[in-house]
Design a protein around this ligand. Sequence first.
Ligand SMILES: Nc1nc2c(c(=O)[nH]1)N[C@H]1C(S)=C(S)[C@@H](COP(=O)(O)O)O[C@H]1N2
Ligand SMILES: [Mo]
Length: 322
Amino acid sequence: MPHIHIKKDWKISNNLATPESVYMRRREFLKGTTLTTAATVGVLYGCGPSSPPNVLPEVKWSELEKSIYPAKRNLQYGLDRPMTPEKIAASYNNFYEFGTDKIDPAHYAQKLNTRPWAVQVGGLVNKPTTFDIDDLLKTMPMEERVLRLRCVEAWAMAVPWTGFPLPELLKKVEPKAEATHVRLETFYQPFTAQGQLAFWEPWPYVEGLTIKEAMNEMAFLATGIYGHPLPKQHGAPIRLVVPWKYGFKNIKSIVKIELVNYRPATFWNTLQGLEYDFTANVDPRIPHPRWPQTQEKMIGTGDIRPTLPYNGYGDFVAHLYS
Ligand SMILES: Nc1nc2c(c(=O)[nH]1)N[C@H]1C(S)=C(S)[C@@H](COP(=O)(O)O)O[C@H]1N2
Ligand SMILES: [Mo]
């Protein structure tokens, strides 16, 4: 019976614990036989703590940031469940630049220097501009949105992001009519982010949206969470939040946004296209080879909830696909 199968899936805890890609499983890394693999592991994990820190690193606030956070909450996005505790969300992260275990980014992402930080916005636009992150904080319409995030690995969280709509930034550079897609890119600093030393992977991390998706109000750039600046493990100083899509679309620590007239090659889609669709809208009707997509587990509580089409945001985005 289908019902029993679903339950069985949830008992396979190894399956659920498997990170985004089989290529990068830490245990396989540790068992690695090639010199390159062993060296990478040594550099990445050699001297780091292996269990969760009792105290997470403090987020430093600038004077400017003190005047911005917390921002006014936008109440049009209702939440159907309790928010995820801050400490849980900040110690269970996917940020492969800084390791493959969920706790790794909380440790290793602290090495990333997030000031000064420039975001280059260009490509098929009339006014290509490089924005300083602090100028964006000063000029963009900041708001808070409490949203669910659903990872393709079948875990989910619900957190308050602070930031501004992506379309507000794109309007500033005036996209040309021929732009069909938006390509977003993370920094490339392999000596800081040693996950990027894995030369067989297509670093830097890239994600993409269609222009229609990117110009939609729900496409959001977050600079903060829980009423304060983003901790580095969440993708400081600026990351994408597209809550109707699977987590991997929510690219972190963005340095470049390009308007293009082709569907960009993206990190996970390039590595394993059959598991990581370009569009990647949350959809319980589309099965995944490794994770149950009809249900999700809330990090922290372990609460199991049904997964909804568009992650429950169909009212805001379903029209983009009709
Ligand atoms: N640059 C970059 N962005 C990334 C990732 C990554 O590995 N590198 N992981 C993605 C995945 S798979 C998920 S689920 C979310 C997790 O966001 P969080 O750690 O803030 O919860 O970030 C996404 N953004
Ligand atoms: Mo994810």
